[in-house]
Design a protein around this ligand. Structure first.
Ligand SMILES: [Cu+2]
Length: 300
């Protein structure tokens, strides 16, 4: 699989449709009914590289050879997988309800246990020196998505030794960016405006897709008046770790959540066709099983 080539989702969907169509012919089922029943798990998107996000900074140090104490502790606590999956931190069904689905204190992990170490309220996270005024954000995207990326910063007076709460974030975003399904050289780049602050703060990213309920989150540590201790991963480093990732680096992986969780497919899942699907019995089990096997074979 080509590494880091941001591919649209369509090739995989098309293949999956062809397979589904063949099976559906036998089972008299539509792809719209089958697809939502497939298991959903990790999906790739990207990470904030400027200012360097926590997961990106620790990945850059090297999952096997972290240098900073906090990254060493992360690997000791959670293993290396959260770092190899640096482009994942997501919630499949956020649907804009970020404050409802992510509890205070768990903003950096999006409430996901796999990424719990990212929530640690420590002052030794690798950080990026910033100043008030214009700031050039850079987001490395392995799978661009149509949606909105909103960057927040903590309020003056924020205490970085306390877990990050929603109320710590300034309600006025420092940048808002409409994301597209394509990116330039694997990056989204846009300019924001940082307010006056002193000391250590957190830049919080919320990226909500508009073609599915999925959303992505991240924390980047910044210091006003401090020195930069974080570096973003190089492309060589990203390529070197890609085969250890459980999420695809080229579009979405075999366990992809299909991007088209749009009104038509989600409505289909609630339609009377679902009981009909259950009634289809052995034939359906066979069809779904074949589909799953097919997907597994393709990812192997
Ligand atoms: Cu994605």
């Amino acid at each position: 699989m080509p590494s880091h080539t941001p591919l649209p989702h369509t090739p995989r969907r098309r293949a999956s449709r062809a397979r589904t169509a063949a099976l559906a012919g036998a089972a008299a089922l539509s792809a719209a009914v089958l697809v939502p029943l497939l298991p959903t798990a990790a999906s790739a998107h990207g990470a904030v590289f400027n200012p360097v996000s926590r997961v990106a900074a620790c990945y850059a140090e090297g999952p096997e050879t972290p240098r900073s104490q906090v990254c060493k502790d992360l690997v000791n606590d959670s293993g290396t997988q959260p770092l190899y999956d640096w482009n994942e931190v997501n919630l499949a069904n956020a649907d804009g309800r970020h404050q409802e689905v992510i509890p205070d204190g768990k903003l950096c992990s999006a409430g996901r246990d796999k990424y719990r170490a990212l929530d640690w309220a420590r002052t030794d996270w690798p950080s990026t020196a910033v100043a008030a005024g214009s700031f050039d954000f850079r987001i490395r995207v392995t799978a661009p998505h149509s949606g909105t990326m909103t960057m927040y910063i903590t309020k003056q007076g924020f205490d970085p030794t306390q877990p990050l709460k929603w109320s710590d974030l300034d309600a006025t975003p420092v940048a808002t960016y409409a994301t597209t399904r394509t990116s330039t050289d694997g990056y989204y780049a846009f300019t924001g405006n940082l307010p006056a602050r002193t000391g250590r703060h957190i830049v919080y990213q919320v990226w909500q897709r508009n073609d599915s309920p999925e959303a992505f989150y991240s924390c980047s540590d910044v210091t006003f008046g401090g020195a930069t201790s974080a570096t973003a991963p190089t492309e060589a480093k990203l390529a070197a770790g890609a085969d250890r990732s459980t999420v695809s680096h080229a579009g979405h992986g075999g366990d992809e959540q299909p991007p088209a969780l749009s009104a038509d497919t989600t409505a289909a899942a609630d339609s009377p066709l679902v009981p009909a699907l259950a009634a289809a019995g052995a034939l359906t089990v066979f069809a779904t099983g074949s589909l799953l096997l097919g997907r597994r074979r393709r990812t192997a």
